[in-house]
Design a protein. Sequence first.
Lengths: 523, 377
Amino acid sequence: MVRAERAPQELLQLQSITKDFPGARALNDVSLKLYAGEVLALMGENGAGKSTLMKILSGVWPFGTFEGRIVIDGADRSFRDTHDAHAAGIAMIHQELALFPELTVAEHLVLDQLPSVISWKPIFEKVQKFLDDLGFALRADTCVKQLSIGSRQLVEIARALYRDARILVFDEPTSALSETEVVQLYRIIRELKAQGRGILYITHRMDEVFELSDRLLVLRDGQNAAEFSRRDDQGQVRARGDLEPLLLKAMVGREIREVFPQRAKPGEEVVFEVDGLSLYRPNGKQRLYEVSFSVRAGEVVGLAGLLGSGRSEIFESLFGHYHPDGPKGPGYRVEGKVRVGGTEVELSAPADSLRAGMAFLSEDRKGNGLMLGQSIHQNLHLAGSCKASGSWLQSMNFSQETTQTLRWIQELHVRCVGPAQAVGQLSGGNQQKVVLAKWLETAPRVLFLDEPTRGVDIGAKAEIYQWIQKLAQQGLAIVVVSSELPELLGLSHRTLVLREGRISAEFSAEEVTQEKVMGAASL
Amino acid sequence: MSSGNRTWRGLLILAGLSILLHFLTDGTFSEARNLTNLARQVAINGILAVGMTYIILIGGIDLSVGSVVALCGIGAGVLQVKQGWADWTGLQAWIGALLSLGASILCGILIGWFNGFMITRYRIAPFIITLGMMVIARGAALIFSDGAAISPTGEAFNQIGQGYLPIPVTLGVLGVTLLIFAISAFRASGELRAKLLNFAVGLLLFCGAAYVFGNYNGLPYPVLVFVILAIAGSWILEKTRAGRFTLALGGNPEAAWLAGVPIRKLTVGIYTVMGALSGLSGAILTARLNGALPTAGELFELDAIAAVVIGGTSLQGGSGTVTGSVLGAFLIGTLNNGMSLMAIPEFYQKVIKGVIIVLAVWFDTRQRSAGARKTAH
């Protein structure tokens, strides 16, 4: 006899949440249920309303600034601020970790419940025991700045559990983690689930969704788009191949057939050439060893390699990051020859590279790609203004610039209120498009793209892929770095593999496979 | 909240304060003579506030301003009095006056350049280097003046601080400026209604200025200089690449550098201009007082910073307007003037002024964060 399955306990219910911003409705009648002991994957493109929904759940948008109900354990809750949400057992594990680098692990855990007179020793001991019980490999007295990103995330999780949070929200937790750290995170999430906590898991990565989730909820344009269960009516786990197309369709609102557009044949002319590029650290240690490669007009070259193999450093040395005034500070030394369109160019500051016809979309768009508080217009024309010649005090052609801004917004499908909107208010994918437009506005001949789709949703990803091919067809020489191998191989005509600052292998699009690349990268 | 709205609100507050003072002082406040003096007093702080706007926009600070005003003023005073240029007559006197002015500005330029150079070349925090310079320049002013006032400066030189543009020329200048303002107001993009409103308020201001300056001695030279600098400062910030670079540098220095903004040149340039404006103010102050004081210009830097901050420029850099700072300078000046007219004891004036500065900025920040909450996603 089969025993009737006990109905799962309902932890959280969001009912008909509607949230308006001036000029835009961010959420329209969105509902969500979370049961104890399950992982609910929350999916949707950037701008679909996931972040807004989580801000409502965590009390960032207080009760009264939205319509709808938050029900926890069957009781209505109205949060005035994030503290109320904490008290109700909700914890956010942030995408960009909200920690204090100078404080110790223990201090993070007890920060909001400190007595007025503190005696640290018992606190450290108590926290250490707590961490040991969890099985987290953390020392209570370490400063957070000494921890890796993965360990910092453990601190956030530990903090949530120390408060005995029952609803944990993970916002793209794996985006900065190494492979082993990801495996560890999966293990912890499964344990949390087994303890009967409810997990809301926001991610763009399909692998994770199918690895972890019990149910999936898709938002699109601020509305519930679809809900799926991993099990069918008979309780059998549904195959990924069946579910994934449905998911993608629900997210994008159309079917995505071919993610990677057709590659056109590259031209003959060599547009970009680098010869013997070496980079030395301030302590004299060499980081890049005589890296040489060339890119033809219309060719997309992929740079593959493990984290720390020197992929980004190649771009950074070619674009002035190691100039004494640059973000990395003084003491670095760069050697090597660079030719753009056959002419040798002297590169020192980013402005030199810009004038030579190069453009570099860095991987850290918030840190060094955008002025988040300023308008789309201002951001979009900055590099172009720097490249333009003439006196600084010449009047700019405002109407012509505005026409350009509007054209880019339209061509790249930037979702925004208008050119005057601050870029900080845009979603990640749309921010990335603004950075891309900023560099395209300088009419470059060579384009370096470092992780062009990081933190970008699937729809915007496909658009960026199409743009890369379109730009190649227009004759640009393009070099791409990406941690996602399928993406890199799908885009590139040629793949160069880096290992410890040296080029270790080169594959054409016909011969390349992920296995070959990984082999040449790790060895 | 958009910068346009803030300008309107600033103008409204200023108008309200003026009407209030008119009644509190039985009309003394709004006499042409008093308003002319008020404008002349505002001019110096205003000139400094224009430069300080740029300094704060790039995320910097310049604490040396007041001391540099004193030192440059002493420089001009030494040339006028100790070198005997004040006794020159005829054309020579005018040349002497201009050379004294030039020397004062040059002195400011050198100090400003040095500040900028130390900040960019040796990465010294602006707060530290300009704090040091504040003390050094004050000391130098005391050394060169032997700790005493240097006076009297020459008649021709004094015109810089005390002279007026004759009334017919004043009216002519105002007329032409109004015309240019009208044309640019109507050529700008936007709704017709907004344009008309802009123009109407502009017209009102110009008529007021014509009434005030026409009924007394004309437009004081310091005010003329201030207005020209304010217009230039505002135009450069909003319409030129230099302005775009300034905002970018303050908004995100790293992104600005990587987009190719020449941050060293820009930073040095802005501190140098701040120095030049301090030198100019030093000469104007000396000319207004008939002589140079080593203790002149005390706390001028803080008045300028207050004007900029009241004007809505963020101390973090990257957002703000020159127009706001100009309004801020007028607000502080009006407050000073009104309290003096009402014979409030000076010690109490300081307390009231401080309280009002804090309240103004608190109110502004609150309004802005409320605005940001409404528009943020």
